[in-house]
Write a protein that binds this ligand. Structure first.
Ligand SMILES: [Ca+2]
Length: 312
């Protein structure tokens, strides 16, 4: 059983990550925190409430965090996620029933980690790393107590927000640099891996055949995501990034990793937000970072379908 905090910015793929984390029996979802990213904090928090309501997860604690990056102006990704930040095709989203708890997400992350046994809480950020960086700065003792950080973001190959940088890192490079440089294990599940998690028509049909509200919701997410990804980046099938980080925690065999040093470029005119992975030599003994390389896509989708089925 892995106890995780999912720090996200729903977002189509964040929504699927929530469903996977909540619906898989080997994940103990301690809570969800939101961060401004794919859209403004208000919108992504609203979207998280809708996902929790659809999946009957009103008891999962949800808290809102940072409204903007540490230093930079807000950038959002409406081109991919639509005006709401979680556009759907052919599904009626009702007003959210799931509540937002009082208090700031960053303080809750700190309090949760400090209240639990050291080495038992895993952080799973799937948005910009603003909340996680703030938590590490506000209470440095969490760094030694977190089991590991498994994040969706970055790329050692080509970016998507810019040629060099993936969106989550590009949105707040300074926060990302803090997270990658802290003394905790970091697994980077980047575009190199997540572009293998494609929601093909065959995958979509598996969710449709569930015949449940959650299954229909996933189909509606994929429908909008497919159109937007095709128009924005020329993808035939949309890559469903964020649940890959959760899948790695459920079954490490689904996601192959390589241990390499990774740092974040913050100053380059063309490269700000680039995650620079150093493959030149065997990683040093004290290397705490690794990057995801190869996805077992059939097993990955089995996990997501099973989780959606379990949620009903
Ligand atoms: Ca995300």
């Amino acid at each position: 059983m892995r106890s995780i905090i999912l720090d996200c910015d729903p977002g189509h793929d964040d929504a699927v990550a929530i469903l996977l984390a909540a619906g898989n029996p080997s994940i103990d979802l301690l809570g969800i925190t939101t961060v401004g990213g794919n859209h403004t904090l208000d919108k992504v928090t609203h979207n998280a409430r809708q996902v929790l309501a659809i999946a009957g997860l009103d008891d999962v604690p949800l808290r809102a965090g940072a409204t903007r990056p540490l230093l930079r102006p807000v950038e959002t990704a409406e081109g991919i996620h639509g005006d709401s930040g979680m556009e759907v095709h052919g599904y009626e989203l009702s007003e959210p029933a799931a509540p937002v708890a009082e208090g700031h997400a960053v303080q809750w992350i700190i309090d949760t980690i400090m209240a639990r046994e050291p080495g038992t809480v895993t952080l799973v950020p799937t948005g910009p790393l603003t909340n996680i960086a703030l938590a590490a700065r506000l209470e440095p003792r969490i760094v030694g107590r977190v089991r590991e950080v498994v994040l969706m973001g970055g790329a050692f190959g080509t970016g998507n927000w810019t040629a060099s940088a993936e969106f989550n890192i590009a949105a707040d490079p300074e926060a990302a640099q803090i997270v990658f440089r802290e003394d905790w294990p970091v697994t980077m599940v980047g575009l190199d891996l997540t572009h293998q998690a494609l929601a093909t028509p065959e995958v979509e049909a598996r969710f449709a055949s569930l015949g449940t509200d959650v299954g229909d919701f996933v189909v509606a997410l994929f429908g909008a995501f497919r159109t937007n990804y095709r128009d924005a980046q020329g993808f035939v099938d949309p890559p469903v990034h964020d649940p890959c980080a959760v899948a790695y925690l459920i079954d490490p065999d689904v996601v192959e990793t390589v241990r390499v040093p990774v740092d974040v470029e913050t100053r380059g005119e063309l490269t700000a937000g680039r995650t620079v992975a150093d493959f030149r030599a065997p990683a040093p003994a004290d290397c705490r970072t690794q990057v995801a390389t190869q996805l077992d896509a059939p097993r990955f989708w089995d996990l997501v379908v099973d989780a959606a089925r379990a949620l009903g």
